[in-house]
Design a protein around this ligand. Structure first.
Ligand code: HEC
Length: 139
């Protein structure tokens, strides 16, 4: 074999290898649970009936989805948590406030603090924060 042939083979081998690595990275990104989790949070936030049914969750009995009052998660201020809430006279985390908002305004069923649906909603809201600097305790 000529040295040029060996070089070419090495070149193609590297090219194929980088394609395989790229392909695996793409597959890993698509299959990674985080975006799926966000999609579930997004759907629940927007009151998607099929998702609510699938996950057995009643976020609202009034037909009002989170997104109707908080379009694009507006006014949820995830970067301000934890903070003291005068309404409850307690320090609240974002999850506490999601639950707070499920109960009185929309008469839904409260979620346990570690419930995956609550975590999905939290993930969606946090994802909408999109680079806003943290300012915990702020009102
Ligand atoms: C009927 C309208 C309405 C619906 C539906 C609603 N919210 Fe709210 N939400 C409010 C109002 C009003 C506040 C208080 C806003 C404030 O204090 O500035 C609030 C506050 C919040 C806060 C705290 C915001 C802060 O300033 O710290 C979070 C988080 C929140 N809602 C999440 C949700 C989620 C998640 C849902 C769906 C399960 C939901 N909300 C459904 C009206 C609504």
């Amino acid at each position: 074999m000529t040295p040029a042939g060996a070089g070419a083979r090495r070149f193609y081998y590297r090219k194929v290898k980088s394609r395989v690595v790229m392909g695996l990275a793409v597959v890993a990104t698509v299959l990674t649970p985080a975006p799926l989790f966000l999609i579930v949070g997004d759907l629940l936030f927007h009151g998607d009936a099929a998702t609510a049914k699938k996950y057995g969750v009643t976020l609202s009995k009034t037909g009002m989805a989170c997104a109707m009052c908080h379009p694009m998660a507006s006014d949820t201020h995830p970067y301000e948590y934890p903070k003291f809430q005068e309404e409850t006279s307690k320090f609240a985390t974002l999850r506490d406030m999601i639950n707070w908002c499920i109960e009185p305004p929309v008469k839904g069923k409260l979620l346990a603090p570690d419930d995956e649906k609550l975590r999905a909603l939290e993930a969606y809201i946090l994802a909408q924060r999109n680079g806003v600097p943290l300012a915990y305790g702020k009102h």
